[in-house]
Design a protein around this ligand. Structure first.
Ligand code: MRU
Length: 369
């Protein structure tokens, strides 16, 4: 998508150096646009763990490139296979909730195993990393087309008034390789001339909504308003939200949706106010082994400082200030699970399906357990 009018993806191989992967370092947005270079699997693991890159699809693509960098480092050493399984374990341990991470690593391990020589394995890893990134972008583009049909239907009932979409966190192009999942229908609608307005929840504690989603919508000239997380229910009660579209970090094949903390409350408010609640996801975010999202999906717990402090930019400096009393302990749950019965539909690259086993498995029969 666009940054100052120029097209960017979130991650790519450096054009004049095959051994380097470039990525947008999101820690500095929206105030500085920084491109980082990763040369080793250690650097890529740090980028994922420390959230230079984040969001389900991008975590998967970064892991794919991390495995490619690991293959380059392993070179023609006798310990190639051992090095690659160490790299896989290292990348797997970076973040627990987004299933795209292990999905991409598994794809790489399978592909690399088919190579006979080290050079062949490196070449296969390079091609697979590119394929994972290209597919992610293409699937998000298709999600945009399927989601656009839903928005169009709502627009028909609004007599040229803007369709109000509410989204949470950042399931935008910054969370994927391009387009985003929840934002893809929004960009498609905006580009086709539909009047749209987006409510962007700030998404405490890391503020992916106010820092990232607001920034990318602004770069694309999409009308939007940042709101406190707790304002979503109030707006729904007043008829100010036509539909909710969120992303997901892992959805079970039965339709339970893990997403950024606070998503469940939005789904409850949407149900209580008859607002359609959609989840946009590429199939790489479906966990084909997990049946019960509430019991089985691992929920990341992060540093309590993200809760006790707030951070931002002051006079060109990134600063953090303490909000909570020094003595107060804090707990920082990164994600929650929205049970399937609160989800109106899943917008996938193959179309919209219901959040249940039958519908998901008939959309992706080749993956069904
Ligand atoms: O902790 P993050 O920023 O990596 O969390 C991921 C998210 O941005 C959200 O949960 C998002 O809605 C789903 S990722 C497409």
């Amino acid at each position: 998508m666009k940054v100052s009018g120029k097209h960017f993806r979130t991650i790519w191989r450096k054009p004049d150096d095959e051994r380097v992967v470039q990525l947008i370092d999101q820690r500095f947005l929206p105030y500085r646009f920084v491109i980082e270079e990763a040369r080793t699997v250690d650097e890529m693991a740090t980028a994922i763990r420390e959230m230079h890159v984040r969001g389900a699809g991008l975590i998967g693509a970064s892991a794919g490139y991390g495995m490619y960098l690991a293959a380059l480092q392993a070179g023609s050493r006798d310990s190639f296979e051992k090095d690659m399984s160490r790299a896989a374990a290292q990348l797997r341990a970076t973040r627990p909730t987004a299933v795209n991470l292990s999905w991409a690593i598994e794809r790489q391990l399978q592909k690399i195993a088919a190579g006979k020589t080290a050079d062949e394995k490196i070449e296969l890893a390079r091609r697979m990393a590119d394929l994972i990134a290209d597919r992610d972008a293409e699937h998000c583009r298709m999600i945009g087309q399927h989601g656009l049909a839903l928005i169009r239907k709502i627009a028909e009932t609004k007599r040229n008034k803007a369709v109000n979409v509410l989204t949470h966190c950042n399931a935008g192009w910054l969370a994927f390789v391009d387009y985003g999942s929840a934002t893809a229908p929004i960009y498609a609608g905006h580009d086709s001339g539909l009047p749209l307005h987006v409510w962007v929840t700030e998404t405490r504690p890391r503020n992916q909504g106010s820092k990232l989603t607001a920034w990318e919508l602004g770069e694309h000239s999409v009308p939007h308003t940042v709101i406190a997380d707790s304002a979503a229910g109030h707006l729904m009660q007043r008829g100010e939200v036509d539909l909710v579209i969120v992303g997901t970090d892992r959805t079970t094949y039965t339709g339970d949706v893990a997403n950024k903390i606070g998503t469940y409350l939005k789904a409850l408010a949407a149900k209580a106010n008859d607002v359609p609640f959609y989840v946009a996801l590429p199939s790489s975010s479906i966990d084909w082994k997990m049946r019960d999202g509430l019991k089985e999906i691992p929920i990341e717990q992060r540093d309590a400082k993200e809760i006790t402090n707030a951070d931002g930019w002051f006079d060109g400096q990134h600063i953090a200030v303490r909000i909570a009393p020094d003595e107060s302990p804090a707990a920082n749950y990164g994600f929650d699970v929205t049970p399937r019965h609160l989800v109106t539909g899943l917008i996938t690259e193959r179309g919209v399906c219901e959040a249940n086993e039958k519908s998901i498995c008939s959309a992706f029969p080749e993956c069904a357990p």
